[in-house]
Design a protein around this ligand. Structure first.
Ligand code: FE2
Length: 143
């Protein structure tokens, strides 16, 4: 399929930005559930949604980074793996719990808040800046 590189890049950038918003929203919902000690099954559903959204976003971003030979790819992938591992561990712990009493809520909130803020702003921000910078004037490509 022949398409415009600029259009492809714009589509990829929009997908990254929208996914960052969705993941941030779900993280905020989980933090609210944790902070207010809401029903544990609801918190588990929110965690599962974060994992599903993050998995899909990470696969897409990692494909984009490989396609355009992004220099910060390995470090970026490690950041993805850090969140995936953390949330999977949290999900496993909560799925065995009766309530939130075994969870160090302030630590979880700090990790999730910091990870998302740093990743969305810096890591994904750098990737978006990189993608914005590579569209040439004559940009018809085969994908
Ligand atoms: Fe990312």
């Amino acid at each position: 399929m022949i398409t415009s590189l600029t259009m492809t890049l714009a589509r990829d950038i929009e997908a990254i930005e929208v996914d960052d918003l969705k993941i941030g929203l779900m993280i905020n919902l989980f933090i609210e559930a944790l902070s207010e000690q809401k029903v544990l099954p609801m918190a588990l559903v929110i965690l599962r949604l974060i994992i599903c959204m993050a998995d899909r976003n990470f696969v897409m971003e990692e494909r984009v980074m490989a396609r355009y030979q992004y220099i910060g790819r390995e470090e970026h992938i490690k950041a993805h793996e850090t969140l995936t591992s953390y949330i999977s561990g949290l999900e496993a712990m909560l799925s065995l719990a009766n309530d939130f009493s075994d969870i160090d809520a302030p630590s979880v909130i700090q990790f999730l808040t910091r990870w998302h803020a740093e990743h969305a702003v810096y890591s994904d921000g750098h990737l978006i800046d990189f993608l914005n910078a590579i569209a040439p004037d004559n940009d018809m490509v085969v994908i």
